[in-house]
Write a protein that binds this ligand. Structure first.
Ligand code: G3P
Ligand code: CA
Length: 316
């Protein structure tokens, strides 16, 4: 009887452990960087839909404003890296030789074709893509949430809010209103709002009263070094829920993860790319393992959401 009672206790403990491990696994999130951008051109509805189908927990749009104050999904504040703006509007560049989205009405931007940024990915002169508005991005994610029954979140990045403000296009209030219109109203909403600039995040939290989860992005430059210290992270924790460091910063200083966790911050490094593997890693899974399981990060930005979801789910 004692043996069977012991076995029952052991079984109980094992089930408890399995639940704990599963719960921990669920906290590791996969963020589809610019959609499934390893497979189709970044920031297109096709890239977002593919990321959703691949099981990403969150899908990332970078957002900028047009001249008529519409948020569109675009990585750069200018258009020529991923559209045919040079051919369609040859005379609309600024003196620095760039075509800024802020100089174009949405109706003009909708005349452009989007294309792949990198030569080694989707053929740059094939098929037909268009850049969506941020509202269209949210609507495709929410539509797929409904039709698939699986709820993916959004992870928007405000691109260069200070530059936009200087160009007469303040972003923060309009951004908060837009996402609120789609049901993102509280700290439990399935959204992370990210930015490299601290001031816009502070403004949204302290002046606009937003409780939406916020992520302070951290670059690899010297200017970000003070923010990586214990004191810097404590400051970030006053207005953000996590940090999004450049992955190289974590490779160089893995204790950054513990310092951030100690400050109550989540850690979501960017960006893992199967087709641009750092030489220290023997495979994409090796890099995923190092970040998720050795460094202990809470989530990763990835251009390859299918491979990353499979890794997190233990199917590899
Ligand atoms: O937002 C995280 C990561 O995407 C930051 O880099 O240049 O790809 O927007 P970037
Ligand atoms: Ca981004």
């Amino acid at each position: 009887v004692a043996i069977w009672r012991d076995r029952a206790v052991v079984k109980h403990i094992l089930i408890g452990l399995a639940i704990a491990v599963a719960a921990q696994a669920q906290t590791k999130i996969v963020i589809a960087h610019r959609g499934a951008s390893g497979y189709v051109p970044e920031h297109t509805l096709e890239a977002y839909a593919m990321a959703h189908a691949m099981g990403a927990d969150y899908i990332e749009p970078d957002v900028v404003l047009t001249k008529d104050k519409v948020f569109i999904c675009l990585h750069d504040i200018h258009l020529e890296m991923t559209t045919d703006v040079e051919q369609v509007f040859p005379d609309r560049k600024r003196d620095d030789g760039k075509w800024y989205a802020a100089d174009f009405m949405l109706a003009e931007i909708k005349q452009l074709h989007a294309h792949e940024r990198l030569k080694n990915r989707f053929p740059q002169d094939k098929s037909s893509f268009q850049g969506p508005t941020f509202a269209e991005m949210i609507e495709i994610v929410q539509g797929l949430n409904k039709t698939t029954g699986r709820e993916a979140g959004i992870y928007p990045e405000l691109k260069e809010p200070q530059w936009h403000r200087e160009n007469g296009l303040p972003m923060e209030e309009a951004f908060i209103e837009l996402v609120k219109g789609y049901g993102n109203t509280s700290e439990t909403s399935k959204i992370f709002v990210q930015c490299f600039e601290a001031e816009p995040l502070k403004r949204m939290r302290n002046e606009l009263g937003s409780t939406l989860p916020q992520i302070q992005l951290l670059g690899s430059g010297k200017e970000f070094a003070p923010m990586l210290t214990k004191e810097g992270l404590a400051e970030i924790a006053k207005y953000a829920n996590g940090i999004g460091p450049d992955k190289g910063s974590v490779d160089k200083d893995p204790y950054l993860v513990k310092r951030a966790h100690d400050a109550g911050l989540k850690v979501h490094p960017y960006t893992l790319r199967k087709d641009s593997l750092p030489s220290k890693y023997s495979s994409f899974d090796n890099e995923l393992n190092q970040f998720y399981n050795v460094y202990g990060v809470d989530g990763l930005f990835t251009d390859f959401p299918d491979l990353t979801v499979a890794f997190v789910n233990g199917k590899k």
